[in-house]
Design a protein. Structure first.
Length: 555
């Protein structure tokens, strides 16, 4: 951004902003360019002529060393010595904060993500919401926003009546304590397979008891909830995921009536076959169901209450829902109803939709019934990471710790590398490859940089007048791109931009590493290359940490 601002300022014309300055397709042409096509209208001259005139009046200086006019583009070359100095000093100065900013100061962003269902499997389908939300959380914090991570628990519904009924009939305390969520889930599955009419009606009664605050029913429910949350917490810890609120669907039990009243008052609620709905036909959507004919509330009713509660409690600037695209319609309906209620902030609600994750390895999906538990994917990835590391470097110390960092990184990176809306097929071999577009590749690059620095072992001074070669310039430019990449990722809700950035920087560094001697170079070249290596290590670490991925010292 620095250079774009600088160039725009120097051109000093009302119709040119920093955003008009682009990167040319190849750096032979220049480091930055101004396409003059837009200006042709303003000045009633051809772009070629405009570029030529701008070139003639542009005075080069210690920042911009060269300008040229080619086919309607004004191309700029920056002074490479100054560029290198700027970038490397900034990274050294800002360290772990390099890439951060304070643009979010004073603004709150709520992120609803992971949102586990109590007593139900935490499966591979929850991977994306968990790591995408977790990464967005870190990205916004890095940009100075106040962030509220919300786990909108799925803890409401008749299934809990069924679960209590099944537990009473077949369960026992020790077994459930020991088996945790797996035992609870098994009881629930068994109920669905075996329950007769009598049990179904008992289940409804238990659900009513929970609703009416019956002590025993609620104690059981709270116990199931605790077992589920203890279980997912272990996974959250591994994936570096945190929440500020666990207010789930049940939390809104007493907050729905005011919403229903408001809908009535505003004449938005309609009767339809005994149910209460909001008609959305003129917006091309099916009606949003608010109350069933038996008076029961729905998922959407709770989401309306939750949205209003969040606005009142956090006064958010934006409220994000990191939820699979299967729920596109649900969120469109909820946001529309809020708009019809006259909530001007309905425009600040964003459904951050993502695609499906499936496993390439069919064998996995049958190990514990039909669902693939996320826990299993994680431990398998760590196991495989161990094997890969052991194979590559059998004498490594702390192999187990390193395998954890590498394996967990691979799970996260595998889910974050592609544009989020794409469906992905998760492949263990692919995400654990040393030379693909993987976290392993990026981590390995860090280990390589670390080893160079460790071998040198002394304090590094950046030489001020060193003129970097083209490969070094490529690395410098990639280093310089982190801050803008973080901003873009936040704006587009797309952590994949940071994942791709990390791979790109690692590739450029490795190219430099293979072609240029570092430790055996002389004088200023050596000092410069060591500084560059230090900056790459820092910057890759910052990028990975925004994804929730750690960096092992050695690999
Ligand atoms: N628990 C839900 C599910 O598993 C996701 C909840 C998403 N958040 C929300 N506010 N609706 O499908």
């Amino acid at each position: 951004m620095y250079y774009r601002n600088y160039i725009a300022k120097k051109l000093d014309m009302e119709s040119i902003t920093p955003a008009d300055i682009v990167l040319p397709p190849n750096s032979e042409m220049g480091d930055f360019a101004l396409p003059c096509f837009k200006l042709a209208k303003v000045f009633r001259k051809s772009p070629v002529q405009i570029a030529e005139e701008l070139k003639n009046s542009f005075v080069t200086d210690e920042v911009i060393s060269e300008v040229s006019a080619v086919n309607g583009y004004l191309n700029f070359k920056v002074n490479k010595v100054g560029l290198a100095n700027n970038v490397l000093t900034r990274i050294a100065r800002e360290g772990d904060g390099y890439g951060s900013s304070d643009i979010g100061k004073g603004k709150t962003i709520c992120i609803d993500y992971s949102s586990v269902n109590i007593a139900k499997p935490f499966h591979i389908g929850h991977l994306s919401t968990t790591v995408l939300g977790g990464s967005l959380y870190k990205i916004y914090k890095f940009l100075g926003y106040n962030v509220v991570g919300i786990n909108h628990l799925g803890d409401y519904g008749t299934q809990f009546g069924k679960l209590i009924c099944a537990y009473k009939k077949w369960g026992n305390r020790e077994e459930v304590e020991r088996g945790g969520i797996h035992a609870i889930n098994a009881l629930y599955v068994r109920f669905n397979e075996e329950a007769d009419e009598k049990m179904e009606s008992e289940a409804r009664e238990y659900f009513r008891l929970i609703e009416n605050g019956d002590k025993e029913a609620n104690n059981l429910f709270e116990w199931f909830k605790k077992l589920t949350l203890d279980y997912v917490q272990i996974i959250y810890d591994k994936l570096n995921i945190t929440f500020d609120s666990y207010a789930g669907e049940r939390f809104y039990t007493d907050k729905m009536q005011p919403v229903i009243d408001e809908l009535k008052e505003k004449n938005i609620l309609k009767e339809s076959e005994g149910a209460s709905i909001v008609d959305l036909e003129s917006y091309g959507m099916p009606p949003c169901l608010i109350l069933r004919s038996d008076g029961a509330t729905l998922y959407a009713t709770r989401d309306l209450a939750a949205a209003i509660y969040r606005k009142n409690t956090y006064d958010f600037y934006k409220c994000l829902y990191v939820v699979a695209y299967q729920q596109n319609l649900h969120f469109k309906q909820v946001f529309k109803v809020l708009e019809l209620m006259g909530k001007e902030w309905a425009k600040d609600m964003v459904h951050v939709a993502y695609g499906m994750v499936s496993l390439e390895d069919g064998a996995m999906s049958t190990r514990k019934g039909k669902v693939v538990w996320l826990e299993d994917v994680i431990s398998r990835c760590v196991e495989k990471a161990y094997a890969v590391i052991d194979d590559k470097n059998p004498d490594l110390e702390n192999k187990e710790e390193i395998a954890k960092t590498v394996g967990l990184g691979a799970v996260i990176f595998g889910a974050l590398y592609n544009n989020k809306i794409k469906d992905i097929v998760f492949s263990y071999d692919k995400v654990l490859s040393f030379d693909g577009e993987t976290s392993v590749y990026v981590q390995y690059t860090c280990a390589r940089a670390n080893s160079v620095l460790a071998k040198y072992g002394e304090k590094i001074e950046l030489p001020e007048a060193y003129e970097p070669n083209p490969q070094e310039v490529e690395v410098i430019k990639a280093l310089a791109a982190l801050p803008q990449t973080v901003l873009d990722a936040a704006e587009k809700y797309e952590p994949s931009l940071i994942a791709r950035y990390a791979v790109d920087l690692a590739q450029k560094y490795n190219k430099f590493y293979i072609d240029c001697r570092i430790l055996t170079a002389e004088g200023e070249a050596k000092a410069f290359r060591l500084s560059l290596t230090e900056a790459v290590l820092q910057t890759l670490g910052n990028a990975l940490s925004l994804l929730g991925i750690g960096v092992p010292e050695k690999m």
